[in-house]
Design a protein around this ligand. Structure first.
Ligand code: MHO
Length: 226
């Protein structure tokens, strides 16, 4: 019987798939709610968070973003999904040349972590420019900072289902546990129309967590009332 826990570390050990290497991708592609849901539905994505990056003003918040951009940050398992896959998905799902309406809030932006990601961006960008028939204007630079957005913006679409959240409370007794949960990232994608139930079930079955913990998650999926 599941007894509950209080710390993020315990939740991650118990319910999140583990990876021997974890890579991070940081990008902006307009309002951060949608891309958090889309990437959250993808196998290999371990954690999604929304926040602000790319600017210089201190302590950005949603209301006082300064020169920062709405940003999605995802941790992923490169053995399952590659950074190039993520870049393709990124460029296929927004128009990067809209310019800077609303200042820098919604610009198309990539912040790379390391030389490998920098090279991947150059390569995929060329392919995508061919598809688009235009030069891509996405702002690219090395990663410098990421500030987590206010709690109400995290897993925004899942939060539109308060009954569901109540049913998840025994698994995630505190809101910050939800932020770091792979399962919550998948559900957030789900309610926005991304992902498939049978694929999610087989994905969970492949996670390297205890069998009884898989059962808890699979059982939750079966019994949840939306
Ligand atoms: N202001 C828009 C976009 C929000 S997004 C987090 C809205 O309320 O739908 O920028």
């Amino acid at each position: 019987m599941f007894q509950g826990y209080q710390t993020v570390e315990d939740m991650i050990k118990k319910f999140n798939p583990q990876a021997s290497v974890v890579e991070t991708a940081t990008f902006g592609m307009g309002c951060f709610w949608g891309p958090e849901a889309m990437f959250g539905s993808m196998a290999g994505v371990l954690r999604t968070r929304v926040g602000f990056a790319g600017g210089t003003s201190p302590k950005p918040t949603y209301r006082h973003m300064g020169d920062h951009t709405e940003t999605v940050e995802i941790d992923f398992d490169p053995a399952i999904i590659s950074y190039e896959d993520i870049l393709r998905k990124f460029w296929q799902n927004h128009y990067p040349n809209r310019g800077n309406y609303k200042g820098r809030q919604y610009i198309s932006m990539l912040r790379y972590h390391g030389e490998q990601q920098k090279e991947a961006i150059k390569k995929v960008r060329k392919d995508m420019e061919k598809n688009l028939g235009e030069a891509i204007e996405t702002e690219v630079a090395g990663y410098e900072n990421f500030t987590l957005a206010d709690e109400r913006h995290q897993k925004y679409y899942l939060k539109r289902y308060p009954n569901t959240l109540e049913q998840l409370q025994e698994l995630f007794p505190k809101p910050e546990l939800l932020i770091d949960s792979t399962f919550a990232a998948r559900l957030n994608g789900f309610v926005k129309g991304y992902g498939k139930l049978h694929l999610l079930k087989s994905e969970i079955a492949s996670w390297d967590i205890e069998e009884e913990d898989k059962e808890v998650l699979l059982n939750k999926l079966e019994t949840i009332k939306w």
